[in-house]
Design a protein around this ligand. Structure first.
Ligand code: C2O
Length: 497
């Protein structure tokens, strides 16, 4: 028996065991009814009152609810009790290693509620949430057609349509760019990390609604797609408290959930946290489709094929297979030694303001002598160690929402926004910016914090003539020039692992 048959065989067993298969929305057959039934179920959920846990608005409020800013608020609304609101609403986990398991639980309950509506409407019994894979090509980044038009062919309102999106979405134009959907997060070796290092799934925290350090997947493509769909002028997908009111939210999150499976499968070294703290120390509460309170812990959602989840994705193949093969050859297949905690080797002394144009700052580099030697990381790699360099952008705050900024290293003064493609570090999506900036009972309001692996770029810069190991110039360029909000960056720092 060859390997391929074995794989296909086990795939079939997985699908047979699972009750539902989540499929790529762009690959549904023309006569496929998945979105038709989704729309009908959404319409039914929208007709239910907000206090009903299976209603559209209640489901969105689980993510976050702010009465004063609820775009659908109505004087006739009867809200759940304060205690219920505290227990079941505004629960989404961000800036945390619970980001992935919590959203998985959230999707599971939502999918079950939608599927039950579908079955009630005499639809198929195995309805599953489709996912939106926007990382394939330019066309895959467009908003799927069924979500764009205000009305349906029969003249009724389209339940999947939302006017509060970046105008280009509903017009069928490009609104996201390659940087919004890039999948560098899949290369992060560790699920969680602390203290200046990057990670796939976010830092170890307690229950954390709007934490500061954003995991690699949560940043891009997760946060960047939120901001791209919602746009910079307050569209629903751009804020926690309205995001899940957009039916597209759920297809976006199905893809984020799928990317967790892709990450796990693409490298045997990629594993979920094994600690009790992650697996069982925090219990999250939801309502099941019958209105019964369910308590869930991450340990119950690590296997999607097992009950209570019982679903698979139609495709969890590695989108970076080719780059991975090349990297293995370059590293001679040397196993990576266990990572050591990162150490800060330089930081800016002042904060800076970001606005509608590019902004720059300089980082003074204390340990530059040690770090500056060209080829340092290469040497470490040859010795079987993996020395990585991280750029941290810390304490990003704002009173208003703001759109993404791109970060560059050592862009020459006066270069315009298209210069420095090879000096690009990463994108700051800034999804959750106002939430992370607010001082609350569980949050210090310290803002967002992004971590970028700059090892390769740094090595390249250090090998160039005129390299000054004591100064590193960092530039922030807005993705869209139409930004107006004032954003403050507390500090930029460099860490060596
Ligand atoms: Cu809780 Cu995509 O956000």
């Amino acid at each position: 028996m060859n390997v391929l048959t074995t794989k296909a065989g086990s795939r079939r067993t997985r699908e047979a065991r699972a009750a539902r298969t989540r499929r790529n929305v762009w690959k549904l057959e023309p006569d496929d009814k998945t979105l038709f039934w989704y729309g009908r179920a959404v319409a039914a959920m929208k007709r239910k009152p907000i206090a009903d846990p299976t209603s559209w608005r209640y489901q969105a409020a689980i993510h976050e609810y702010v009465r004063a800013r609820d775009p659908l608020a109505d004087t006739t609304d009867v809200l759940p009790s304060r205690a219920d609101q505290r227990t079941f609403w505004t629960q989404c986990q961000h800036g945390s290693w619970y980001f992935l398991p919590w959203h998985r639980m959230y999707l599971h309950h939502f999918e079950t509620i939608v599927a039950t509506e579908v079955a009630k409407l005499s639809g198929p019994a195995d309805w599953a949430l489709p996912y939106w894979n926007y990382s394939v090509d330019e066309n895959s980044r467009l908003l799927p057609v069924a979500f764009r038009s205000r009305g349906l062919a029969d003249g009724s309102a389209n339940p999947l349509y939302v006017a509060e999106r970046d105008d280009r979405c509903n017009a069928g134009h490009q609104f996201a760019d390659g940087r919004d959907v890039e999948l560098g997060c899949l290369k992060e070796p560790a699920f969680d990390a602390s203290g200046g290092s990057a990670s796939f799934g976010g830092p170890g925290t307690d229950f954390e609604h709007s934490g500061d350090v954003v995991g690699a997947l949560e940043a891009t493509p997760h946060g960047s797609i939120h901001m791209a769909v919602g746009g910079v002028s307050g569209g629903w997908m751009s804020q926690f408290y309205t995001a899940a009111l957009d039916p597209m939210f759920w297809l976006h999150h199905a893809n984020i959930d799928r990317l967790w499976e892709v990450w796990l499968k693409r490298d045997p070294g990629h594993v979920d946290p094994k600690t009790k703290k992650w697996l069982t120390s925090v219990a999250f509460k939801f309502h099941d489709v019958a209105g019964k309170v369910v308590t869930m812990k991450p340990v119950q959602v690590v296997d999607t094929t097992a009950a209570p989840l019982s679903y698979v994705y139609d495709d969890i193949s590695d989108p970076l297979a080719e780059t991975r093969r090349r990297a293995m050859i370059a590293s001679g297949g040397a196993p990576m030694a266990k990572q050591r905690p990162a150490e800060m080797v330089g930081a800016t002394t002042n904060g800076l303001e970001l606005g509608a144009g590019p902004a720059h700052t300089e980082l003074l580099h204390r340990a530059a002598v040690r770090m500056g030697a060209p080829g340092g990381a290469q040497k470490a790699r040859r010795a079987g160690r993996r020395q990585r360099i991280f750029l941290n952008v810390e304490n990003i705050t704002s009173a208003e929402g703001a759109g993404p900024y791109d970060v560059y290293l050592n862009v020459p003064a006066r270069a315009d926004r298209h210069v420095g493609e090879d000096l690009f570090v990463g994108r700051l999506p800034l999804f959750g910016l106002t939430e992370a900036s607010r001082v609350g009972t569980t949050h210090a309001g310290s803002g967002l914090h992004y971590v970028f692996d700059v090892t390769d770029l740094y090595e390249r810069l250090a090998a160039q003539p005129g390299w000054d190991p004591n100064r590193l110039r960092i530039s922030f360029v807005p993705k869209e020039q139409r930004l107006t909000a004032k954003v403050r960056v507390g500090r930029v720092s460099l860490y060596l692992e």
